[in-house]
Design a protein. Sequence first.
Length: 214
Amino acid sequence: MKERIKGQGTMKKISTQYRMAIDFLLRDLSIYFFLTVSTFVLLTIFSTYLFGENPDLTMTLLSTVVDKFQGIMENGEISLLNLFINNLQASVLGVLVGLIPFLFLPMLGIFSNAAVMGLVFAQFTSSAPLWKVVVLGILPHGIFELTAVFLCYSMGISICWNLSKKIVGHRKRENLKDLLQNCLRTTVLIVVPLLIIAALVETYITGQLLITFM
């Protein structure tokens, strides 16, 4: 009986933490998330056009991306663990660099991801319709992975913005201690599960979809 009550208490605490994380996303982070996604979409469109007009540059940069991608491969196949760790490191870094005031370094992550997406679109839409590339090659895992990444960049930008305001003495800002606690809670409870799902889908589903339908 005591174990049952203890288990119910634990579940209630976890449920409370999730509600706090979701409330943080909806109340405080939504504007940063919207700006992050909007910037990413616009930069992706621009980079797709840019690389489409410069095929030599596209091939050079794409080979660099492919070489970097080899780091998550084992025996010619995607390693689930390596993929998850790689995405987690990139996501957490997007939050941590927000601790450097004034520079808004998480924006660099948005730029680099948009550039990679533009490379993919410019390269593969020449041999397949754009909707196939998106629906089969990106959307299955990207809906989880990009959501997690965008959340981290949004948190990093929020931290940088509020830290910068504190340094210059701006009174209207978030409490930094509360903000950091909310970012940590969101990373553990929302970002990490999303990245786990994304890694599973990319490892076991996305490739099969491309092989079958492309």
